[in-house]
Ligand binder design. Structure first.
Ligand SMILES: NC(=O)c1ccc[n+]([C@@H]2O[C@H](COP(=O)([O-])OP(=O)(O)OC[C@H]3O[C@@H](n4cnc5c(N)ncnc54)[C@H](OP(=O)(O)O)[C@@H]3O)[C@@H](O)[C@H]2O)c1
Length: 323
């Protein structure tokens, strides 16, 4: 099978194609022929060894300090089950599925081995493989951070960076949970933000949301620009700042903020009570969550996909059609 591989950190130029034997599923494992995957912000960070301020110190344990720990990246996939390991019961050969390998990566390949018990669900029939592959990265992250925020119905939520992979899911899931949502994005993306369900949109190229005279119970930041210092005055009492893209300094500040104020900084999501993939699929089945597909490229164009992700301004998910 064809695999996108890298042996050192760097830009898309370090990627190479290699051939590997098709894996055989062991006990509890499923083999999936990948039809679509994505290049996510996590893939770009893992490839280039680039992390927000200070986070590299701790991220090195998972991603490698000097050489990559994960040489085949990719953590979303949609595809078809082609083989079942001993003891599996949930899926059949031929099932269309969607899933996430998380920080185990490995989906930038024609086949991926996954445990049937975790991170795998039947693909919603109303979604193409490309759409389904766009669900997990932003969806699981949003579910997990919003679970940590314990949103009350009617809560005022601001999503900073509302039209990328995480933000586009966070807007829709917040609405589904009954929140009133303010989306922050640039001019070209304001119509999309409204389509996602945002009640209000702030164009960050014209206005600073922290200075428009409004306040929120929850601020979810995917852009890395909503530092506590910038937003604390617009966080309501008991407000929560969900730093999906936070720095190490923000993480270290969190306990101090919790001790000295009525506000909270959240730097990691809560584990959702149920399997997050099943939750996402249910939301997608009901039409409560529409994956936001940005560009779709052929697997062979993976380097171009990384260049798109590197911009920090992509729309939704950048998808690779694996065929
Ligand atoms: N901690 C975790 O568990 C976790 C999980 C997933 C992702 N992440 C991190 O979260 C971040 C976002 O991931 P993603 O996949 O959503 O990335 P993405 O698709 O590239 O989205 C980034 C968003 O930031 C917006 N943006 C850029 N500059 C902005 C500014 N000055 N003000 C407001 N918005 C701005 C962009 O909007 P415009 O296009 O409108 O500029 C875009 O919507 C990444 O850094 C990723 O590593 C962390």
């Amino acid at each position: 099978m064809k695999v996108s591989f890298h042996r050192r950190f760097g830009g898309p130029e370090v990627l190479e194609w290699i051939e590997r034997p098709e894996p055989t599923p062991g006990p509890g494992q499923i083999l999936v022929r990948v039809r679509a995957t994505t290049v996510s912000a996590a893939d770009w960070r893992a490839l280039t060894n680039t992390f927000p301020g200070g986070v590299r110190l701790v991220a090195g344990a998972r991603f490698g300090y000097f050489t990559p720990r994960h040489t085949v990246l990719g953590n979303d996939f949609a595809g078809v089950v082609t083989a079942l390991g001993p003891g599996t019961t949930r899926f059949d050969v031929g099932d269309a599925v969607v899933g996430q390998t998380g920080l185990r990566f490995g989906t930038h390949a024609e086949y991926v081995l996954v445990p049937e018990a975790r991170g795998l669900a039947k693909k919603p029939e109303n979604l193409s493989f490309e759409e389904a592959a766009s669900l997990p990265f932003g969806g699981v992250t949003s579910l997990s951070f919003l679970a940590a925020a314990k949103l009350a119905p009617g809560a005022e939520v601001l999503v900073n960076g509302a039209t990328g992979a995480v933000g586009s899911a966070a807007v829709q899931i917040s609405k589904h949970l009954g929140a009133r949502v303010t989306a922050v994005c640039r001019t070209e993306h304001t119509e999309l933000a409204k389509t996602l369900g945002a009640d209000e949109v702030v164009d960050y190229t014209r206005d600073d949301f922290a200075k428009v005279g409004r306040s929120w119970e929850v601020i979810l930041d995917t852009a890395g620009t909503a530092t506590y210092g910038r937003v604390k005055s617009v966080l309501r009492p008991n407000g929560r700042l969900l730093l999906v893209n936070g720095t190490l300094a923000d993480g270290l500040r969190a306990p101090w903020v919790a001790m000295t104020s009525d506000k909270r900084i959240v730097v990691a999501g809560a584990a959702p009570v149920e399997d997050p993939m099943e939750q996402l699929v249910r939301l997608a089945d009901r039409g409560a969550l529409r994956p936001t597909v940005g560009r779709v490229l052929a697997f062979a164009q993976i380097a171009d996909a990384y260049r798109e992700v590197a911009s920090g301004h992509k729309l939704g998910s950048t998808v690779l059609s694996v065929g």
